[in-house]
Design a protein around this ligand. Structure first.
Ligand SMILES: [Zn+2]
Length: 235
């Protein structure tokens, strides 16, 4: 709060607790200087629940001791701490490779939360899907089609062979076997084919994903792709 706001706060406090009023002009000036020095970085009020007057009033209501600047500064510090503890950094909307801009956006979001100008962002806000994702970030995701950058996806390919084979097929305009249901192992669209694992007693011991779809599924995908290509011509 600036000097004028500090003076207003002191006037308000004086009305609630006349002991704090300084009648001597020099003393009043010193009191204002002291409060201003100690509360200069504490806002008078924020849009999200902080009000120095409410804090002062609460102290005068519940404490027999005369209010000190610390009785306003301490609640402000805990208000700040509490908000930062509840804040989980949202994903910045800038290019992740631009380290400086990325850090700057995170820091400015934290500053806004700490100073009470913005509400803390909860982790679930990221996944809620209702205005949780920054619109600029959403545009970026649409552009690259995945939250995994292309380079990282390429590096991951050896560890998810079915998915990599599918992406390669789609990129080359070949039929996408994972786009259809497998008639052999009944894998649903999007799921890799699975092979049965047989135990020593011939009992089925579960299934494991196959890197290569069953041949029937490839055929089915080819038929379906041919139909999709023909359809626009027939209309
Ligand atoms: Zn299959």
């Amino acid at each position: 709060m600036d000097r004028r706001e500090t003076a207003a706060l002191l006037a308000y406090i004086g009305r609630l607790d006349p002991r704090t009023i300084r009648t001597d002009q020099g003393e009043a000036r010193d009191q204002l200087a002291q409060w201003h020095e100690l509360l200069g970085d504490v806002p008078m009020a924020t849009p999200h629940g902080w009000d120095a007057r409410v804090t002062a009033r609460q102290h005068i209501r519940t404490s027999p001791y005369q209010i000190l600047p610390a009785d306003v500064a301490r609640p402000w510090e805990s208000y700040r701490r509490d908000r930062l503890a509840r804040h989980s950094d949202p994903t910045p909307s800038v290019d992740p490779d631009d380290q400086a801009a990325w850090t700057a956006e995170l820091a400015s979001a934290r500053r806004a939360v700490a100073s009470g100008l913005a509400q803390p962002a909860q982790a679930r806000a990221i996944t809620s899907g209702r205005g949780g994702i920054d619109s600029k970030l959403e545009a970026r995701l649409r552009e690259i089609g995945s939250c995994i950058p292309p380079a990282a996806r390429a590096a991951l390919a050896p560890y998810r062979p079915a998915r990599a084979a599918r992406e390669a097929a789609v990129a080359q305009g070949q039929p996408d076997p994972l786009g259809v249901r497998c008639g052999w192992c009944l894998a649903q669209p999007g799921e890799p084919c699975r092979r049965r694992r047989i135990g020593p007693d011939d009992g089925v011991r579960g299934t494991a994903p196959r890197a290569i779809p069953h041949p029937g599924r490839l055929d089915l995908a080819a038929v379906q792709q041919a139909q999709q290509v023909q359809q626009p011509a027939m209309v």
